[in-house]
Ligand binder design. Structure first.
Ligand SMILES: *[C@@H]1O[C@H](CO)[C@@H](O)[C@H](O)[C@H]1NC(C)=O
Ligand SMILES: *[C@@H]1O[C@H](CO)[C@@H](O)[C@H](O)[C@H]1NC(C)=O
Ligand SMILES: *[C@@H]1O[C@H](CO)[C@@H](O)[C@H](O)[C@H]1NC(C)=O
Ligand SMILES: *[C@@H]1O[C@H](CO)[C@@H](O)[C@H](O)[C@H]1NC(C)=O
Ligand SMILES: *[C@@H]1O[C@H](CO)[C@@H](O)[C@H](O)[C@H]1NC(C)=O
Ligand SMILES: *[C@@H]1O[C@H](CO)[C@@H](O)[C@H](O)[C@H]1NC(C)=O
Ligand SMILES: *[C@@H]1O[C@H](CO)[C@@H](O)[C@H](O)[C@H]1NC(C)=O
Ligand SMILES: *[C@@H]1O[C@H](CO)[C@@H](O)[C@H](O)[C@H]1NC(C)=O
Length: 826
């Protein structure tokens, strides 16, 4: 703050004294502590500062237009000046020098070295702070060539247009290294760099020189470790790997967006942050590592990590492998990794390769890049060499951009829910035979026909069974337990959420009486209850179809209880007894958002400002679930009735842990249980069971359009319209979308922008949909939005394509608006 005032003051005094430029340092006009120079467009400032509570003085560059002082570069990070008499100047050899003017003769605390060719003694050298945030030294201030630039010596921050990577000619390695703490910009323990030691360059985040997270090799579109971080309409990532250099540049397409990548010591992460003018804070767009599977070699050698598959433990062994130390494995220590079930059978014994989909490629330190070979070439090569463990394409865009073969151990494997790439693993003849025996997928239309028939019949059976079971259980439950055996079957000691005895729940809900029932969905029935102390609770009685053991359930609940966000419903505790599993939540008096949006009177309580705030709250909650919590959660059933409103109409997402609790029968590619709600399901999920964060984005898009239109997607009838999305898409094409907006909202231009954001979220192509972070960013800024692509309105009836056959029936099965839960036949 102080520096900011100084900079204004300086510009002001400069105007008075009519100095020509405020962004240049020359031997005659050095920079003294207390003064600041500002770049031409005033984007960045350079001056002396004291971080946090420290009184030491450092020279740094910070954003001039960001109200929270954010330093992006520090000159003397490890050599602070203890007095207020520091001076930064340019010497007669083109070096930048920093010294304490109080000490005679001056002692240099920091200086730069300039390469030989500039070794001309002259007083014409100058340093200029450019608008990109780069401090450059030139022989003459009109020179195009820089003798030195701060962009080559990053601190902890990567700005737009700045390189991270290695200059192979000079050996210069541009590395980001965290500050020690907020009070000390000294060299900290986390660093991000491109490791150029192997035959393939990899992006790696180190902690104390040990790999912590591996972005991995570049796959043509992005880092193999971050499938959802590719170039988009905000960022243009460019990667260059040639004999001279290997580097990455993170361009920001619109210069009015303020964004940076930084390595943060206290968080222990790499973050991409964007500045939100309105909120006056930095928004966390992306961070890594973001879940336990991101931690380097979390599951040891040959171990495969998957957080999306709910269940007991994220580590598993790939086909043909088993845990090396089953004991440690059961104690959830995967560091020993996996070994082959049958050792010594993969060399000249009929071995082969099986395909693992959606993978992050293993560590390439001992891998080899075959630039001239295609996938088949690598297969042959790998088969011939017994120490070769697998292969993969070097570029996921296809074409002949080479392939990679791996030797010895495979380290740091993980699976993604979407994105990722195919990896071919060497297995023995037995495993290969198992793999080949598996039935191949049915051709498209057959598959869908089968899916429809099976899901219809299974749904009927399920509901019948469910009805019978519930009837029977109701009978059991209402009998008071004779010997009062109200014990927690799990033992409470290790759990940090509250255990509620069944008797308490029965008393609170009057034996689950109908009068207390407040909702029903695919995951179970919700009851309102009142505890003895008057506290109101919501009891979610889970349907018994999850097939989850008690131990697994406890683990899940404990994990989910740790998710805390103002836009998520708070989990108080749980109750388990015999087959009964219940989750106890805070009770929110205003209930679901649907009760307001689709109610002819209450809808007027939600004016545009309210609806916008609700939308933003939901989006923030979703960002937390997708990216910010250590547990990455795909909701899979986001809809108006799952957004509850508290007394101040703040939105709180509910049912967010259900996806995990119910996901245990998921295989590596898709899920057989399609849980979700008609009208909110993305086409790829409804039809193929493919889910990813982008299917949640789709549901969010539908919800956003419903919020704006005040109409339900699923029961939308307008002449010639397929459904609400179809109608909006139609009217958008005719530039008449505003005509559809809920009449009580007026015609704020922001509404049209939000319709556009909604349409971006419901695009047919999942990869074209923005991430939830991008949605928040779009909501909070006035950045130019790209035109939405074809929206997915798959519920068309007049078309007989296979895709529509499937979805039409999905709709027909659930016109009663319940959450549906079905088993997909495959
Ligand atoms: C600075 O000192 C105050 C008071 O001692 C303390 O509350 C605050 O957390 C400190 N800030 C930092 C960044 O260390
Ligand atoms: C710098 O100059 C010295 C002596 O002139 C020479 O030996 C050395 O190779 C030069 N280094 C570079 C990087 O040009
Ligand atoms: C410095 O700049 C002046 C004016 O541009 C020029 O006349 C002079 O020769 C330059 N000196 C050196 C050593 O380059
Ligand atoms: C690290 O991140 C935390 C939380 O976002 C923030 O408060 C802190 O200022 C960051 N540290 C540095 C040195 O930027
Ligand atoms: C690369 O290898 C060299 C020599 O073995 C070693 O000194 C250096 O630390 C390695 N760099 C990285 C990033 O591992
Ligand atoms: C995006 O990056 C590519 C590759 O470096 C470059 O050719 C292109 O001009 C960039 N586009 C923008 C808008 O910066
Ligand atoms: C197999 O690959 C390893 C690692 O590249 C190499 O050292 C070894 O010589 C190869 N063996 C054969 C038989 O080609
Ligand atoms: C950049 O963003 C500003 C403000 O959001 C907008 O006015 C401008 O048109 C955008 N520029 C481009 C090239 O999209």
């Amino acid at each position: 703050m102080i520096s900011k005032i100084n900079s204004r003051f300086f510009v002001f005094t400069c105007l008075l004294l009519s100095c020509t430029s405020t962004s240049i340092i020359t031997p005659d006009k050095p920079l003294r502590d207390g003064h600041v120079i500002v770049s031409a467009q005033e984007n960045f400032a350079l001056g002396f500062f004291s971080p946090g509570n420290s009184s030491s003085r450092y020279v740094g560059i910070w954003y001039n237009k960001v109200s929270v002082q954010t330093v992006v570069w520090v000159a003397n990070r490890d050599n602070p000046i203890k007095t207020n008499s520091g001076v930064l100047s340019v010497d007669d050899r083109g070096g930048l020098v920093l010294y304490d003017d109080n000490r005679k003769p001056p002692v240099f605390v920091w200086s730069t070295h300039v390469s030989n060719k500039s070794f001309v003694v002259s007083s014409n050298y100058s340093a200029e702070l450019l608008d990109s945030g780069n401090l450059v030294v030139r022989q003459d201030d009109k020179d195009k060539d820089f003798l030195w630039q701060s962009f080559d010596y990053p601190t902890d921050t990567l700005l737009s247009n700045m390189k991270i990577g290695v200059d192979r000619r000079s050996g210069l390695n541009r590395v980001l290294t965290s500050w020690k703490s907020e009070d000390d910009p000294g060299t900290g323990s986390y660093s991000l760099m491109i490791n150029d030691n192997g035959s393939i360059a990899q992006m790696i985040l180190y902690r104390n020189r040990e790999p912590l997270w591996r972005g991995g090799p570049w796959n043509g579109l992005g880092w193999t470790g971050v499938p959802d971080m590719t170039a988009d309409f905000i960022f243009n990532i460019s990667y260059v790997d040639n004999p001279d250099e290997v580097y990455l540049i993170d361009y920001i397409r619109n210069a009015s967006i303020i964004s940076r990548m930084t390595v943060n010591e206290s968080m222990g992460t790499l973050q991409r942050l964007t500045w939100q003018q309105g909120d006056r804070k930095w928004f966390n767009f992306f961070s890594a590592p973001r879940d336990q599977c991101d931690i380097f070699s979390h599951c040891g050698a040959f171990g495969d990590c998957n957080v999306y598959d709910a269940g007991v433990y994220e580590c598993r062994c790939p086909p043909g492998f088993e845990p090396k130390s089953p004991r440690d494995w059961n104690l959830r220590d995967g560091s020993q990794g996996c070994v082959r079930k049958r050792e010594g059978r993969v060399c000249g014994n009929g071995e082969g390769f099986i395909k693992l989909g959606k993978m992050k490629l293993p560590d390439t330190t001992k891998a080899r890049l075959e630039k001239k070979l295609g996938l088949k070439g690598c297969e042959d090569l790998c088969l011939k060499n017994c120490s070769c463990m697998g292969y993969s394409a070097a570029d996921i865009r296809g074409g002949s951009n080479g392939c990679i073969t791996w030797y010895d151990k495979l380290v740091d494997l993980r699976e993604f829910s979407g994105g990722g790439q195919d990896f071919y693993l060497r297995v023995d003849a037995v495993e290969l035979a198992n793999y080949l025996k598996k039935p191949k997928r049915f051709p498209g239309f057959l598959k869908i026909l089968l899916f429809v028939l099976l899901s219809a019949s299974v749904l009927v059976l399920l509901s019948l069974a469910y009805w019978l079971i519930m009837k029977k259980q109701r009978a059991i439950l209402t009998i008071p337990s004779p010997d009062g055996e109200e014990v927690n079957e799990l033992g409470t000691s290790t759990i940090d959420v509250k255990f509620y005895p069944l008797s308490t729940i029965l008393a609170a809900t009057e034996n689950f009486s109908l009068a207390h029932k407040v909702g029903e969905g695919g995951f179970g029935t919700v009851y309102k209850g009142t505890l003895d102390n008057g506290q109101e609770i919501a009891v979610k009685r889970l349907s018994n179809t999850s097939g989850q053991g008690i131990e697994e359930f406890r683990n899940e609940v404990t994990l989910i209880a740790r998710l805390q966000h103002r836009n998520l419903v708070t989990l108080f505790g749980f109750c388990v007894q015999k087959e009964e599993k219940m989750l106890i939540y805070e009770y929110l008096s205003n209930k679901g958002l649907d009760g307001f949006l689709f109610d002819n009177e209450k809808r007027y309580m939600l004016d545009w400002k309210r609806r916008f705030d609700i939308t933003l709250g939901i989006a923030r909650g979703m960002v937390y679930l997708h990216h910010d919590s250590r547990l990455k959660i795909i909701h899979r059933d986001l809809k108006a009735s799952n957004v509850l409103l508290d007394a101040h109409l703040n939105p709180k997402i509910s049912d967010f842990g259900m996806a995990r609790i119910f996901g245990s029968d998921q295989n590596e590619e898709t899920t057989r249980r399609v849980v979700g709600t008609y009208g909110y399901m993305s086409p790829e999920y409804a039809m193929e069971g493919l889910f990813s964060i982008k299917s949640d984005v789709f549901s969010f898009g539908i919800l956003l359009l419903e919020i704006i239109l005040g109409r339900k997607n699923s029961t939308y009838y307008a002449e010639n319209a397929v459904n609400l999305v179809g109608h909006v898409w139609d009217m958008w094409g005719k530039s008449r979308a505003m005509e559809l907006v809920d009449q009580s909202l007026g015609n704020d231009p922001e509404i049209l922008r939000c319709i556009q954001i909604g349409l971006l979220c419901v695009q047919e192509s999942a990869t074209a949909r923005p991430s939830m972070s991008e949605v928040v960013f779009m909501l909070c800024s006035d950045i130019h939005l790209p035109p939405p692509g074809q929206a997915a309105f798959i519920f068309r009836t007049e078309n007989f394509g296979p895709a529509n056959t499937g979805s039409e029936s999905v709709g027909a099965l659930s016109v009663n608006e319940l959450t549906i839960s079905m088993v997909q036949g495959r």
